[in-house]
Design a protein around this ligand. Sequence first.
Ligand code: FMN
Length: 266
Amino acid sequence: MNVLSVKLIYFSPTGTTKKILEGIAKGMGIENIEHVGMTLPDATTKPLDSFTDELVVIGAPVYSGRLPDDAVKRFKRFRAENTPAVMVVVYGNREYEDALLELTNLSKDLGFVPISAGAFIGEHSYATKNVPIANGRPDTKDIEKATEFGAGIMRKMTDIQTLDGVSSLKVPGNFPYKDGMPSLPESPETLEEICTTCGTCADICPRAAITVNDTVETNQNLCIKCCACVKGCPESARVMDVPRIKGAAKWLNENYSLRKEPEVFI
Ligand SMILES: Cc1cc2nc3c(=O)[nH]c(=O)nc-3n(C[C@H](O)[C@H](O)[C@H](O)COP(=O)(O)O)c2cc1C
C-alpha cells in the first residue's frame, strides 16, 4: 500500500510522547506529516478532520498502567473507516501494563486497523533533577529506535496489498484492564517569590486547571498531576510538593532506575 501522508495524533502533557511520534515519522521518510495535538483543552471541542487515505500514528503516555482518562475521552472523538494506524504508548521506565492493549482496542473500536505498535520510555512526569527517573529520555538512542521503527512500518505498509489481509496485531496486556488510579484533589504549587505570572502554566495545562491573575490559582479537582506546568515553567516556579507524589517519585527512583528499552510489535 502506498502511504502519501501521515497524521500524528497525541495526548502528551510533558512532550515525550510527541517526541517519539516525531522520531517515528522521521523514519517513515514522508514529507506530508500533520500534527493533531489532543493535549490542550480545545481538543474536547475543536473540529476534527475526517480520515482519507493516510497512515495514523496515535500516542499517549501511560498513567498507572492505563491510558490517561483525558486521552481516551479525546481520542473517542475520532471516527475512522479502515484507516491504518500505529499505536504508541510512552512510559516512565516502570511498566506499561495494559495501556498498549487499551490503546489498540480503542483504536479498533474507532475504526482504525492496527498495523504496528510500540512502547517507548520517556522521562517520568514526577522526575526531578534530584530524584531522577529516566531523566532526559527519550534520548538519542530512543529516537534512533523510533526512527528504525518508522522505517519498519513503511516496509510493512509496502508489503500490504489490502487492509483486509492484515493479520490481527498482538500486544501485551490483560483484559479486563487493571484499575487506574483515582485522581485525588492535589496539584503542584507556585513559588510566588520566583513566579513572574507569565501565564505559561495556564497556557499548557491540559485541563484548564490554572488561572493567572495577580497570583496563580490551581483548581485541584481538575488537576491530573501530569506535571506539564512543572516541566514547562520557564522560571521553575511550579513544584510538585505533594508528599504522596514525592514518596512515589522516591520509590520509582529507588526501584526503577535500571534502563528499560523500547519494544516494538510490527
Ligand atoms: C499520573 C501519572 C501516572 C503515571 N503512571 C505511570 C506508570 O504506570 N508507569 C510508568 O512507567 N510511568 C508512569 N507515568 C510516567 C509517564 O508515563 C511518563 O512520564 C511519560 O513519558 C509522560 O508522557 P508525556 O511526556 O507525553 O506527557 C505516570 C505519570 C503520571 C503523571
